[in-house]
Design a protein around this ligand. Structure first.
Ligand SMILES: NC(=O)c1ccc[n+]([C@@H]2O[C@H](COP(=O)([O-])OP(=O)(O)OC[C@H]3O[C@@H](n4cnc5c(N)ncnc54)[C@H](O)[C@@H]3O)[C@@H](O)[C@H]2O)c1
Length: 260
């Protein structure tokens, strides 16, 4: 029996990149998958064709009423929620003196408040079940500062601490919550931001100890582990999946020595 058979998973940001890869993986592992995104995507078809059952709700995660209605509809139809992945997010920022208040608000609203609203929407159901796995998608940029990061880093740092607090508050009610911190993953968001900066992209790859960008499926693998019963004693953790980007600095010594 597949490990996610009979489980119901909700994935935000499911139309693209990391969220889509999580939805595809959960579908392949036998789950019923409910996607939430502000955009529709032809790739959702791949989830529909493999999931036990699937639904898609087109909505903005900052719209609490719309999101609550989608979660209610999920519970009414499928009777439970076992997994929530919050992957809806946007990347934007800039040095503080150059960042408009409206841009700050947009990033914090979607990345941090949107995550809060998604978690809030599923908690009653998970508490009543006395089980559930919440997986937030933060970032290595929520662990360390990044040049020009500001709003994005603040939002992701907030997501990490919010996830720990949810783990603390709801652990005794059977609800686990962990944050995944991806490094640099080749998704439409990455291409949109880094596509215009090839030198920065090369620099990121140089600092990534595996010497390459990550694939969305490699984040979905971590999200699968955290959703599964194999992670039944894992909560309140920050799982960094970054190809070694944050392991420490490399200065080319192993190349100089001819090791690689
Ligand atoms: N790609 C990376 O290198 C990387 C690294 C670290 C963290 N992340 C995080 O992973 C998550 C997914 O990013 P991705 O790279 O797959 O990007 P992506 O742009 O490919 O996917 C993000 C999805 O979120 C949706 N979305 C954005 N705002 C929304 C809103 N208000 N309501 C509903 N849906 C909304 C988009 O429509 C899109 O489908 C984001 O939270 C991002 O910050 C990405």
């Amino acid at each position: 029996m597949s490990k996610l058979e009979n489980k119901v998973a909700i994935v935000t940001g499911a139309a693209s990149g990391i969220g889509l890869a999580c939805a595809q993986r959960y579908a392949a592992e036998g789950a019923t998958v409910v996607g939430i995104d502000k955009n529709l995507s032809p790739q959702w078809q791949s989830v529909e064709s493999t999931a036990a059952q699937s639904r898609f709700h087109q909505l903005d995660v900052t719209d609490a009423a719309a999101q609550n209605a989608a979660i209610r509809a999920t519970v009414d139809e499928f009777g439970r929620i076992d997994i929530l992945v919050t992957a809806a997010g946007v990347g934007a920022g800039g040095p503080v003196s150059m960042l408009d208040e409206a841009d700050w608000d947009r990033v914090i609203d979607i990345n941090l408040k949107g995550t809060f609203l998604s978690i809030k929407a599923v908690l009653d159901t998970m508490m009543a079940q006395r089980s559930g796995s919440i997986i937030t998608v933060a970032s290595v940029e929520g662990v360390n500062g990044t040049e020009g990061g500001s709003a994005y880093n603040a939002s992701k740092g907030g997501v990490i601490l919010l996830s720990k607090n949810v783990a603390i508050d709801y652990g005794r009610l059977g609800v686990r919550c962990n944050a995944i911190c991806p490094g640099f993953i080749k998704t439409p968001m990455f291409d949109q931001i880094m596509g215009q900066m090839p030198e920065l992209q090369a620099d990121v790859i140089r600092e990534t100890k595996l010497g390459r960008l990550g694939a969305p499926e490699e984040i979905a693998g971590a999200a699968y582990f955290l959703a599964s019963d194999d992670a039944s004693y894992v909560t309140g953790q920050t799982l960094v999946v970054d190809g070694g980007y944050t392991a420490g600095h490399s200065h080319g010594i192993v190349q100089m020595l001819g090791l690689v």
